[in-house]
Design a protein around this ligand. Structure first.
Ligand SMILES: [Ca+2]
Ligand SMILES: [Ca+2]
Length: 547
């Protein structure tokens, strides 16, 4: 290649990105001011259709058009054909200005990278700096956001939904029947030994007080559900355990936790509960609906003493929720305790809003979106004062006992915007912890607020979990590998998970012996590819840290 051609290529490389960024903002007012456009502007957004309402007619779309002087044409696609439609539309070359939706790229960074390589998407970093003051402030305040949405080269090609669900981030919880504890004059257990003694008392005595000492089921779970694993909360009495992944971070590296001696000791305990009739064998066969039918079958007398879950289950639409409390993570003999933190996998939904190269005014679109990354913008998205929300009355307090900022209301069924107030989560926003916690509740005692009891109980209990969980930046992100390794990685991951879960049940029920079959269990995991799985996981994790 001659020097001259090289020179032209170099010039092109330098000039092209500059051209792409030479934004024409002459029709825009300064970021952060309304209206956004001086003369009326329009852009198009392809979104999945959820429910029966047309997003074009929603209240926020009409109101925000007046506020911004920007009209948005939503092109809706049936949800069940969404992913296919995105591929086909992009391949056809005639794509809309924006592709938006909770699963725009099915949250797969490799798809996003592919579209970027094809020129469908382009780096938004500089435009974010200039036109998105709210979103930029969020990224500055929390560096993990950029790590979670950027490609490995640091380029940002799409914008996320940011929704902090405090209790969801620490959701490997365990419930105990506090009515039974009261009936038997027992305290809420704080250690595994105390818990074991409570389960024994539940079994041996008439804990529910219906005259039958034998109808109590001390501990039960369901075969599937959100954090219903028996080796989740309880295993943390022995060793750190995230029963979703069995991964832990130790000295900056990921380690696999389901083959350690401490994990084996935890399984011995679960096997003991099973052998002694404290853990129901139906835990491995019942789904949550079956369990609910059983637990409410005694009328006022519950039948379940304890169950692991992310939120209170097995009570149907009865008042039995009053009978259960959430235990704090158990303190081990050495004084330590642990629980996973899921913040990095839950707070930021990446790939939610992608501006394509069809957009003539990407800077305007980003400015349009930026308002929703502010607390004021989130209040705006709630809808109309007096219909969807109202100012709190004097003395009304929030989850933290502070003066509340708003009270949620229900849109009346005869309202023209009933069921169609907001864009839905297909258009991103910020739902911060502070915002959620500033809503009116009747009491911080969950039993005194029959409307918000579940949220209040979870919020209060989660405080005990945060204390012993890793910090956000020390917690586990979603692990993704490069496109050529994706198939292998997900296959090994699935095979390891399936075998481990099968062995877990067998160790608990005694079908496999923790003395005689343990070594074969570890060998089988290695035969499936545990070492390769961990190597790829660590590679992905280190890439995340360095992003
Ligand atoms: Ca009993
Ligand atoms: Ca009884």
């Amino acid at each position: 290649m001659t020097k001259r051609i090289l020179g032209i290529l170099l010039t092109l490389c330098l000039v092209l990105p500059t051209l792409a960024l030479a934004a024409d903002n002459s029709n825009l007012n300064a970021p952060g001011t309304f209206p956004i456009a001086k003369e009326k502007e329009t852009f198009t957004v392809m979104v999945p259709q959820g429910g029966t309402y047309d997003v074009n007619d929603c209240f926020i779309n009409q109101d925000y058009e007046e506020k911004t002087n920007i009209h948005v044409d939503f092109i809706t696609v049936p949800s069940d054909t969404w992913k296919e439609k995105v591929s086909v539309t992009i391949a056809g070359g005639d794509y809309p200005d924006v592709i938006a939706g909770m699963d725009t790229f099915n949250i797969v960074p490799t798809d996003e990278a592919m579209y970027a390589a094809q020129g469908v998407l382009f780096p938004l970093n500089d435009l974010i700096d200039e036109y998105m003051p709210n979103f930029k402030a969020l990224m500055d305040a929390d560096p993990s956001i950029k790590k979670l949405i950027a490609q490995d080269d640091g380029n940002i090609y799409s914008l996320p939904l940011i929704a902090e669900c405090f209790h969801c981030n620490y959701s490997q919880k365990m419930y105990i029947n506090s009515q039974w504890l009261e009936n038997l004059s027992l305290e809420i257990p704080t250690t595994l030994d105390e818990y074991y003694a409570v389960l024994k008392a539940f079994k041996e005595q008439d804990a529910n007080g219906n005259g039958d000492p034998n109808d109590e089921i001390p501990l039960i779970t369901s075969k599937a559900g959100w954090h219903v694993a028996l080796d989740g909360f309880l295993m943390n009495a022995f060793t750190y355990c995230d029963a979703d992944t069995y991964l832990a971070i130790e000295n900056g590296d990921l380690v696999y936790t389901a083959t350690t001696e401490a994990y084996r000791e935890g399984l011995r305990f679960l096997n003991k509960l099973y052998t002694e009739g404290l853990l129901s064998p139906e835990s491995f066969t019942n789904d949550d609906q079956t369990n609910t039918k059983i637990n409410v079958s005694g009328g006022d007398y519950t039948l379940f003493g304890s169950f692991p879950a992310a939120y209170q289950m097995y009570i149907g639409d009865t008042e039995l929720w009053r009978d259960y409390e959430i235990m704090a993570p158990f303190v081990r003999e050495d004084g330590t305790a642990s629980t996973p933190n899921y913040s990095l996998t839950r707070n930021v939904i990446r790939g939610n809003f992608a501006v394509t190269s069809s957009a003539k005014h990407p800077e305007m679109i980003l400015q349009w979106l930026d308002y929703f990354y502010s607390e004021e913008g989130k209040m705006y998205r709630k809808g109309r004062e007096g219909i969807e929300w109202e100012k709190p009355a004097e003395g009304e307090t929030d989850f933290n006992g502070n003066p509340a900022k708003y009270k949620n209301l229900q849109t009346p069924e005869d309202d023209p915007f009933y069921g169609n107030v907001d864009f839905s989560q297909n258009i991103p926003y910020l739902d911060s912890k502070e915002h959620r916690e500033s809503a009116v509740i009747a009491s911080t005692n969950f039993r005194e607020d029959p409307t918000n009891w579940q949220e209040i109980q979870l919020f209060e209990a989660t405080k005990n979990y945060v204390k012993v969980a890793p910090s956000n930046i020390e917690s586990l992100p979603n692990l993704t590998v490069s496109e050529d390794k994706t198939m292998d990685y997900s296959r090994i991951k699935t095979e390891i998970h399936d075998y481990q879960q099968e062995a877990l049940v067998q160790f608990i029920t005694g079908a496999m012996s923790l003395d005689n079959d343990w070594d074969a269990y570890v060998r089988q995991l290695q035969a499936i590819g545990l070492d390769e799985y961990m190597a790829l996981s660590n590679e992905s994790y280190h890439t995340f840290l360095n992003r």
